[in-house]
Design a protein around this ligand. Structure first.
Ligand code: PLP
Length: 388
């Protein structure tokens, strides 16, 4: 079967041509999109156009530029609700934050901590990104300082690094106040079984989703996922750095409201985010997911033929592939690949305490990457196979 038929190739070529940094550097294969994505011209244009035609602060002034900016920030909230296929947009809140880490900490500090009582419990995925562990530990620590003990229970995993919902069902109790989960794993690339968590959690326990690797990579449906919070970073989803959002369902517990004064919004960030959603919806997220999955599968198949490499993931990946060379240190391998113009990440990937114990190389393609780039990477890796 041809995984990359001509029609799909044409679609991808057209999209790739819209990324100025990619086009300007044909000798470089940027394969680190799980860290941050490249930006399409449409997003850059939206930002430049705003800054050169009507830059002003939002929710403050009364003159036209300010009013227009305020309106654009409000429209961006609605845009986000549509992007995540929010079934009840009138009943959800959208709050702009700096990114995923910032957003998770805000939910933990401003929403969860004030509700926690002595003897309560939260379930935390310590083999996911450290941002989705640290935030909840901070909430428990806040309570400890007030003399209350909150049990922090590690989320159970199965042998494929996915959530073990059978064991989770045994852990959940009437003192469980939150389950923290991740949409797509940032090391293994797996779409986690988030859609099965609601059945385990029952109707009362809030679920907070770290969607840093989901938003911008596959279609999202809040009806299907049935979680209470979705938190993500714009810079991983084609928008600028420094912007992210919390989508909050406002159904279980009080509505999320940031504590204290949040200051002027990041207007250019918000505008870039709305433009990125337009671009991604225009590209078609179903196809984007198909493309990156096919690139990941090509890499995985190639690596399986090279005995010197150990693959980390055990289930189909949405594109992210992590591996180690059995003899070459992963950091060194990262430098070797960079010297060949192959830009990958090589370290521990900020995984939590229950994650991998040694560094690995992570390849994370996006829609601008090609099968030829994967083949280039495989050729260099093959050259290092059994050579040590
Ligand atoms: N969660 C996941 C799954 C991630 O992959 C990342 C970043 O790599 C983060 C959280 C943190 O995102 P940020 O650094 O944008 O706050």
């Amino acid at each position: 079967m041809n995984t990359f038929p001509d029609q799909l190739r044409r679609w991808q070529r057209e999209l790739r041509s819209q990324f100025p940094l990619i086009v300007a550097n044909p000798e470089v294969a940027y394969l680190d999109s799980a860290a941050t994505s490249q930006k399409p011209q449409a997003v850059l244009d939206a930002v430049v156009s705003y800054l050169t035609t009507g830059n002003a602060d939002a929710a403050r002034g009364t003159y036209p530029w300010a009013n227009r900016t305020t309106a654009r920030v409000e429209l961006a909230r609605d845009r986000l609700r549509r992007f995540v296929d929010d079934p009840r947009p009138q009943a959800s809140g959208v709050h702009f934050v700096g990114g995923t880490t910032d957003g998770l900490r805000a939910v933990a500090r401003d929403w969860l901590a004030p509700q926690l009582r002595d003897g309560d419990e939260i379930i935390v995925p310590f083999a996911d990104h450290a941002a989705n562990g640290g935030a909840w530990l901070e909430a428990a620590e806040l309570l400890r300082r007030q003399g209350a003990h909150v049990r922090v229970t590690p989320m159970p995993y199965d042998e494929a690094h996915d959530y073990d919902t059978a064991r989770l069902a045994e852990l959940v109790s009437n003192r469980t106040r939150l389950i923290a989960a991740t949409h797509v794993h940032h090391v293994y690339g797996t779409e986690m079984v988030v859609h099965r968590l609601r059945a385990v959690a029952g109707s009362d326990i809030p679920i907070c989703l770290d969607a840093a690797q989901g938003v911008g990579h596959l279609p999202l449906s809040m009806t299907e996922l049935d979680v209470d919070f979705v938190v993500f970073s714009g810079h991983k989803a084609m928008a600028l750095p420094g912007i992210g959002a919390i989508w909050a369902r406002n159904a279980r517990g009080p509505a999320y409201v940031p504590a204290g004064w949040t200051g002027s919004p990041n207007t250019t960030g918000v505008i870039s985010l709305a433009a990125a959603f337009d671009w991604l919806d225009g590209a078609g997220l179903g196809r984007v997911a198909h493309w990156t999955t096919a690139l990941g599968a090509r890499l995985t198949e190639g690596l399986r033929t090279l005995p010197s490499y150990e693959l980390l993931g055990r289930r189909q990946s949405l594109g992210i592939v992590a591996f180690r060379h059995r003899a070459i240190d992963s950091h060194d391998l990262g430098f070797i690949l960079a010297s060949e113009g192959l830009l990958v990440r090589a370290d521990g990937h900020c995984q939590g305490d229950q994650g991998e114990k040694t560094a690995s190389v992570r390849v994370s393609p996006h829609v601008y990457n090609t099968p030829e780039e994967v083949d280039r990477l495989l050729a260099v890796l093959a050259g290092l196979d059994r050579s040590w």
